[in-house]
Write a protein that binds this ligand. Sequence first.
Ligand SMILES: C[S@@+](CC[C@H](N)C(=O)[O-])C[C@H]1O[C@@H](n2cnc3c(N)ncnc32)[C@H](O)[C@@H]1O
Length: 295
Amino acid sequence: MSSGNGGTVTEPRAADGDLALVIGQDGKRFILRLAADTELQTHRGVIAHNDLIGAEWGATRHSHLGLPYVLLQPSLDEILLHLKRRSQIIFPKDLGYILLRLAIRPGMRVAEAGTGSGALTVALAWMAGPQGEVHSIDRRTDMQELARANLARLGLQDRVTFHLLDIADGFPIQGLDALFLDLPDPHNYLLQARQALHGGGVLGAILPTANQVSSLVEGLDQQGFSQIDVCEILQRFYKTIPARLRPVDRMVAHTGYLVFARALAPMLGPAPQTGARESDLDLDATQPIGEEEQG
Ligand SMILES: C[S@@+](CC[C@H](N)C(=O)[O-])C[C@H]1O[C@@H](n2cnc3c(N)ncnc32)[C@H](O)[C@@H]1O
């Protein structure tokens, strides 16, 4: 293959120890860690890992019954949908936006409660990288064991510190850049959340019902948070038949409402008395970033 600047680029190949995705003709997907001399048993025959190791990503291989499988590197959303779960997980469509709103980046300091099955934990560990500091809190041992196992399967276990506690007793870390709450009553823990975040830090939450959101928004107003946003993410897939392109018949209509807010730093004293009134200001002179001027 040409690199476009005169040199040649070698095609990346699957190696022993890599995470791989194999997809049969019927669309059935398997995520596995490649290991020499082992086999994947499927409903369409046995696939030898040795046939996959050394193959180009994107290659087609066959089971012992002669049925074809495509070999790919799994994307993060495919990995998340294949996690073992014992609780409702946050789905990739919501996770993508959560990662952006929490501004997750290498090296940052972030926490979540609760851990649950660890879907968000995996996404945070993946994005915050080896230098990041990811804390995951839950009051249930069984949940943290499951999340630990899910992380270990992906080789991400060293990137997360687990804390077994009830957040009603406060967070074990302070000075966080971001904190995400995925539990039924986040409005009950806003004082603790505010103490854990540094000024300007981002708080996020996901909630299935609108009345839970009302309680949270009311609490955020009272507990030193601002820039409150509530939204939901709708995602609709399409049938990929070029001549009859149209939405699929069924969609997931609702997962949860997303709520985001920023922690305010405490006021250092009374506001200076300048005599200026809001009605005197030329508000048209300020234009939000990204908003185009009309006309
Ligand atoms: C829906 S699950 C979280 C799912 C997770 N975000 C995921 O994507 O897999 C909610 C978790 O919150 C935990 N939890 C609920 N209230 C809690 C509290 N006060 N302190 C700590 N953990 C709590 C529960 O034990 C449960 O595991």
